[in-house]
Design a protein around this ligand. Structure first.
Ligand SMILES: [Zn+2]
Length: 203
């Protein structure tokens, strides 16, 4: 058994303290506790290959820890079930997962796993937006298209459906336009603006 000196590594932008111990083990094992990554590695494993393996394991552990944190903070299942009960034939919801895996959609629902998947950025938006996205995805259990019947059902399950669509269109627009906006307009937008007499931050 030999403990190597501690090192600092950065994985996906997260700084970690790395503690490696060479042991009589067959496989590399890694444990993440806060910002410390403890690794046990076979005595004979080449350093370069070990470093590669460590980055892979660290990335997996960091993503898992992030998902746990994100999903633990939110009681999104309760919200989704509340929305589901408003449907004439309530879809069953076992799980709600926030996903940061490069989603290109705001949400999806799998009737097989009874899981609602939501874009991680929705956690930071007003709750009625999240509710409307859940209603939208659950409404697809009755209508696969975006027909007038689909929208009618979505609006029944969530009266904020149209407001939420406009909100998310604005979010998408700003996310795309932000890098190209002149500094002055950016600064003005960052200060917040609202129609007369309205709160700039939607609640
Ligand atoms: Zn849709």
């Amino acid at each position: 058994m030999a403990a190597e000196p501690e090192r600092q590594i950065t994985v996906d932008g997260v700084a970690l303290t790395l503690v490696v111990e060479r042991k009589r083990v067959k496989n590399v094992n890694a444990r993440l506790a806060g910002e410390t990554l403890r690794v046990s590695a076979p005595l004979a494993m080449a350093a370069a290959r070990l470093d590669e393996t460590i980055v892979e394991l660290a990335r997996r552990l960091l993503r898992r820890a992030h998902a746990r944190r994100v999903n633990g903070e939110h009681d999104a299942v309760a919200l989704a079930r509340r929305v589901a009960r408003r449907f004439p034939a309530p879809p069953r919801v076992e799980r709600v997962e926030f996903s940061a895996a490069g989603e290109s959609r705001w949400g999806s629902y799998s009737a097989t796993t009874r899981t609602v998947r939501l874009h991680a950025a929705l956690r930071h938006m007003p709750p009625w937006v999240l509710e409307a996205v859940v209603a939208h995805e659950l409404a697809h259990t009755a209508h696969l298209d975006h027909s007038p019947a689909f929208w009618a059902l979505a609006r029944t399950a969530c009266p904020d459906t149209d407001r939420s669509r406009a909100f998310l269109a604005g979010v998408s627009w700003l996310a795309h336009a932000w890098p190209t906006l002149p500094p002055l307009e950016r600064a003005l937008l960052a200060r917040g603006a609202a129609p007369d007499g309205e709160d700039p931050l939607p609640g």
